[in-house]
Design a protein around this ligand. Structure first.
Ligand code: SAH
Length: 223
């Protein structure tokens, strides 16, 4: 999978993409992430990427032209499955959506800033708008990093244990059951006996029951 991210703060991604599973996926050649500084596509000498809103009011609005030039340059090189704009009024990012997106080949992700991007970008250049939750962040960079992480970990071969993504919360509409590791008894805080029994089928049953129980209690709407 190839992901092209359009941003005015490419440095913001150096943390999330240089560690852990996303980094491993890139090292293995299973995911490629390319960062594009929208400022490089600005046309004036001040490398302007935003301007005052028509109609007045607070905050700046991101200009159409630099973003369109960047998207056009990418589209001239290859076909993209989706051009995604991270936006608080978009579709809520969830596991089924991450699963669907993880099968795509080429994606563009646009990160907004300030008051957001000129609406005409959304009308004419964007194919999909995604929100990471009902709250407003300062920019689309953290949301884009979240989307990339959620999607990249699902690409076959990325996770060490192939089955591990399938047993995560929200796959099958169930939350994950509780997990434990050594020691079996920590100051009297004990691990459930069943997990020490070595009885695989019973352990699987117990885990399923726990997952159902937890989902009923915490997120009944998923059931
Ligand atoms: N004025 C806009 C918010 C702009 S926030 C509004 O009220 O809807 C600036 C940028 O941050 C947005 O363009 C978007 O790219 C990003 N952003 C902020 N919150 C987000 C969220 N919950 N999900 C996805 N992107 C978000």
């Amino acid at each position: 999978m190839r992901i092209d991210i359009l941003t005015i703060f490419p440095q913001m991604f150096s943390g999330p993409f240089s560690h852990s599973i996303v980094k491993r996926a890139m090292d293995k050649g299973l995911a490629e992430i390319h960062l594009h500084d929208i400022r490089d596509y600005a046309t004036d000498k001040h490398r302007r990427v935003d301007d005052y809103p028509f109609g007045g009011g607070a905050g700046m609005v991101m200009l159409i032209e630099p973003i369109e030039r960047c998207i056009d340059a990418l589209r001239a090189e290859r076909q993209y499955d989706e051009v995604i704009y991270m936006s608080p009024d978009g579709l809520l990012l969830d596991q089924p959506f991450a699963n669907t997106i993880s099968t795509k080949k080429n994606l563009i992700i646009l990160c907004g800033h300030y008051k957001g991007v000129d609406e005409r970008i959304r009308e004419h250049l964007i194919t999909m708008e995604i929100s990471v939750g009902n709250y407003v962040l300062s920019g689309g960079e953290l949301p884009a990093a979240m989307l990339c992480d959620a999607v990249i970990r699902l690409i076959p071969g990325v996770l060490g244990d192939e089955t591990s993504a399938l047993s995560d919360s929200f796959q099958d509409n169930l939350l994950s059951p509780p997990v434990y590791t050594r020691p079996a008894d920590y100051k009297g805080w004990k691990v459930p006996d069943i997990l020490l029994s070595g009885h695989d089928r019973k352990i699987a049953e117990w885990r399923h029951e726990q997952a159902v129980e937890r989902t009923k209690k915490r997120r009944p709407e998923l059931l």
